[in-house]
Design a protein around this ligand. Structure first.
Ligand SMILES: Nc1nc2c(ncn2[C@@H]2O[C@H](COP(=O)(O)OP(=O)(O)OP(=O)(O)O)[C@@H](O)[C@H]2O)c(=O)[nH]1
Ligand SMILES: [Mg+2]
Length: 301
């Protein structure tokens, strides 16, 4: 039985599942979950929420209700899992309403759970923002660890010339890369047993993916850490546990390591014994330095 399950909920979540299904991930089962039957084609496993198949009509209440109606089916699919990762765009009816309900089903079964979500643009309007905030509040109750990115902040980092589909492809990539930080089964650096103490009851988490090369590569990565796009958080200040995943063709120099530890101590307000640095496999052969930061146990904003 595959120990890791990834569930995409709603259009955005299913989009990420589609991308993950193109990767070879033994040990991982994927599920696309939606209220809209038309968006559930060409997936290996799907779960339709409700019987109509016409979408939620932007109603998170309806999506919640329908997700509760699938409790037995979803629990059966989760059987034997050790970790479940939920992916969704908060703001629509399905993602905002159903994801917390599905996460609650996982929690009742005692499965370690993580949610990686995006929070909508302010320009999507106040009802979308409220759905999203409500969904996030509920996710915090039902998941061990929740990571939320702000689309407004992501847009600030990217070129203004991107088209909307190009922008959403970047948002999907951010969610996908974040999900892949987790167990080694997904290409992450640590086995599940080592992720467990980090993520259990982790609350809100901060994640930043950075990459740079050249003689000031470490400083450049740290600058990118400051320009992260986490909802609520500009920095990993106050985190109780921190994992830094380092991939580099040329290993970190001693001076770089010292600078990194100093800066992380300053940013988080923690001593270095709250940190763990792990090397990651290099996916691209270049001289660059790639560092991902996962800070768990962030103070509630
Ligand atoms: N990552 C990502 N986010 C998207 C995409 N399209 C829209 N979003 C964002 O995700 C939020 C939720 O949109 P959807 O995923 O379509 O919503 P849903 O969960 O399908 O809910 P309903 O369509 O209302 O049933 C939106 O408010 C946008 O902020 C996408 O292609 N990728
Ligand atoms: Mg949708």
């Amino acid at each position: 039985m595959k120990p890791v399950r990834i569930v995409g909920v709603g259009s955005a979540g299913c989009q990420v599942i589609r991308k993950l299904s193109g990767l070879s991930l033994p040990g991982v089962s994927l599920l696309a979950c939606h209220t809209d039957f038309g968006e559930l084609t060409d997936f290996p496993s799907v779960l339709l929420l409700g019987d109509e198949g016409q979408g939620s009509g932007m109603s998170s209440q309806r999506a919640k209700w329908w997700a509760r109606g699938r409790k037995d089916l979803f629990a059966a699919w989760l059987n034997g899992a050790e970790l479940v990762i939920f992916i969704a765009g908060m703001g629509g009816g399905t993602g905002s309403g159903a994801t917390p309900v599905l996460a609650g089903i996982g929690r009742e079964l005692g499965i370690l759970s993580i949610a990686c979500v995006t929070m909508p643009f302010a320009s999507e309007g106040s009802s979308v923002t409220e759905f999203a905030a409500d969904g996030l509040r509920h996710l915090r109750k039902h998941c061990d660890t929740v990571i939320a990115f702000s689309l407004d902040k992501l847009a600030e980092q990217l070129s203004e010339n991107l088209t909307i589909p190009e922008f959403y492809a970047k948002a999907d990539e951010l969610l996908l890369n974040t999900a892949r930080l987790f167990p080694d089964l997904l290409g992450g650096p640590l086995p599940l047993a080592d992720m467990r103490p980090l993520l259990t009851d982790g609350g809100m988490a901060f994640v930043a993916h950075t990459t740079a090369d050249g003689s000031r590569r470490l400083e450049a990565c740290l600058e990118q850490l400051h320009a992260g796009c986490n909802y609520h958080y500009a920095l990993p200040a106050g985190a109780s546990r921190l994992l830094t995943v380092v991939a580099s063709e040329t290993p970190l120099r001693l001076l770089e390591h010292q600078l990194l530890v100093q800066e992380l101590e300053r940013l988080t307000g923690r001593r270095s014994d709250a940190f763990r640095f792990v090397p990651a496999p290099i996916r691209q052969a270049d001289n660059g330095l790639t560092m991902s930061f996962l800070a768990v146990g962030m103070p509630i904003a």
